[in-house]
Design a protein around this ligand. Sequence first.
Ligand SMILES: [Zn+2]
Ligand SMILES: [Zn+2]
Length: 258
Amino acid sequence: MRAYVLGTSAATTSPRRDNASLILDAGGRYILIDCPGSVAHKMARLSLSPLEIWGIFITHAHPEHIYGLPALIHLMRRKGRRGALPIYLPLGEEWKAIRLLNTFSLFNKPGPFRIELRGLPGDGEPFLQEGGLKASCLRVDHKVAANGIRVEAGRPRRIFAYTGDTRPCPNAVALGKGSDIFFHDSTYPNGRAEEAHSQGHSTAGEAGDDAERAGARRLALFHIGSACFGKEGLIRRQAAARFGGEVLIPRDLSAIDI
Ligand SMILES: [Zn+2]
Ligand SMILES: [Zn+2]
């Protein structure tokens, strides 16, 4: 498997970091995780085409995690995409994608391109299981209904886990159990836990705690908040003080082999 990192920031962006999003190449199946702006442009910079996207997993319906959907769907249609495009959202939030797309009359226009919207309860049951690929999700602890995702694929078997936006919680640990790479919310540095929790997020040290409990091999600090901009060395040390594995802070437009 391989993760193509499209963006790494929380809601506030910087010249170096755009809103968190990535493409997971799970044995040749490309899953887009969250959909902020300019997905097609970022994919092009990584030599990928938006027509390669198999499906879209939206962790939750906060604006910067979903607002790029209409532009991406519009582009796919113009480029002649055919067949079904699964879009997964937390159960009960599907209407937000429909309303967003229908602002531009983009939800299931007649034609060979079909959007299959599916609400996921986040109960750990696989929502995709095919060949050697298994994808499941768990409800995490955020301000709105939010699912983290776990994908197992390949030979030898590799495990990718991604919390999306979350406070530290048992389900985040369960997602990352034995993972080869664990992308964990790291919106705040240590010392600002109260603020982090009130916003539904984690500190770098708490990401380290969850990764340690999960027995992950590598921790990728992700969803970097503005309070962490320019302090990457510090948050890496804060996470590493509580986690025995390797700590990464991915850059935008980078690729990580899993
Ligand atoms: Zn967010
Ligand atoms: Zn959020």
